[in-house]
Design a protein. Structure first.
Ligand code: AHN
Ligand code: ZN
Length: 340
């Protein structure tokens, strides 16, 4: 028997096919009409490999300061260090400005403070700020021996180390222009705060940076961000995410901590956040309103600064070139990878 499809069933089948065809065509049509927004490429910019930070050179800058003796405000060594910084920065082709200002320490003494500002690519609009303090504490109050307590602190890790890293950064920037503008500020009178002063005496510290933050060295000065170095030369240093840095500039902490990982310095940079420390960066954030972080040696497990902090033992023997290298190389990683 010849098999034939009943035409009553065949017709709806045909309609079904026709409808399917129509929709598939109109769907294609719709696709053609769509405005295609190209997706942002997810590939990140290639990493710029920065020049090598020379830790022998950096160490020699730390040693030169240590050899002058404690750079306590009012001392010959303090004056001599200012001349030394000016000479070195000028040798590295930076424009140097010495900002002076009046300040009174907690003991009622008046001072003419001097902040050193060294500018690389001074005409460039896009800038970053790097800072450290250069003064030494007039006492070593964390010593137990009363005779040592009254002596000035040698201030080698606390002061000279940050400056030693920044002088080496300036030397490198002259060899290979980073494109971006860089201002290196060495603050005076950071370390003349009241011993055991309590929170109400917090503003007795950081007088140089308080002055600069209220009176930047240039009218309408601005910088994309700032990085402060404080006690960056001791063996096995720990730099963790300090509270004010996280509050005001968490994205800069991310940037710098990532850069540390990239250049192999990650082991010094602890990923945890801890409490707020009053340091020069606080005033740069609060008063000058430039997001600024602090790379500061604070052991979050022991709950204390580096072990010779404000002791007579903060001398050249506390310095480990590997730590200077880790911090300096991280800064170069950040600087040369910054858009300009
Ligand atoms: C206080 O002790 C309040 N601030 C620590 C700032 C500092 C002193 N950094 C180095 N020396
Ligand atoms: Zn100090």
């Amino acid at each position: 028997m010849k098999y034939s499809f009943p035409s009553a069933l065949c017709f709806p089948f045909k309609i079904f096919i026709a409808v399917c065809l129509f929709y598939s065509c109109s769907e294609n049509k719709q696709k053609e009409d769509e405005v295609v927004v190209p997706e942002k490429p997810i590939v990140s910019k290639p990493r710029v490999i920065p020049p090598d930070f020379n830790s022998d050179s950096s160490f020699s800058f730390v040693k030169s300061q240590a050899d002058m003796g404690p750079r306590v405000p009012g001392s010959k060594a303090h004056e001599k260090s200012i001349e030394y910084f000016k000479k070195q920065f000028e040798r590295f082709g930076a424009q140097v400005l010495i900002q002076t200002g009046n300040a009174t320490t907690f003991d009622g003494k008046p001072w003419l403070l001097k902040n050193i500002v060294a500018s690389i690519n001074p005409q460039t609009t896009n800038r970053i700020l790097l800072a450290a303090h250069y003064d030494s504490r007039p006492f070593s109050e964390k010593e137990t021996d009363a005779k040592l307590k009254g002596k000035p602190c040698p201030g080698v890790n606390d002061g000279a180390s940050g400056v030693g890293v920044l002088l080496e950064v300036a030397r490198i920037l002259q060899q290979k222009n980073p494109g971006i503008g860089v201002d290196i500020i060495l603050f005076d009178l950071e370390d003349y705060g009241m011993p055991n002063g309590g929170p109400e005496m917090a503003d007795s510290w950081c007088l140089g940076s308080q002055y600069w933050s209220k009176n930047p060295h240039k009218q309408n000065y601005s910088a994309r961000f700032g990085v402060l170095l404080d006690m960056v030369g001791a063996k096995d240093a720990m730099f963790a995410r300090e509270g004010y840095s996280a509050f005001y500039a968490n994205d800069i902490l991310d940037k710098v901590w990532k850069a540390a990982d990239k250049c192999g310095s990650g082991k010094y940079f602890n990923k945890e956040e801890y409490g707020e420390i009053t340091d020069d960066h606080y005033y740069i954030n609060k008063i000058a309103q430039i997001p600024c972080i602090d790379i500061l040696h604070y052991d979050i497990y022991k709950g204390s600064f580096f072990e010779h902090h404000h002791k007579n033992s903060d001398d050249l023997s506390t310095i480990d070139k590997n730590t200077l290298k880790a911090v300096g190389q991280t800064l170069l990683e950040v600087i040369y990878n910054e858009d300009h």
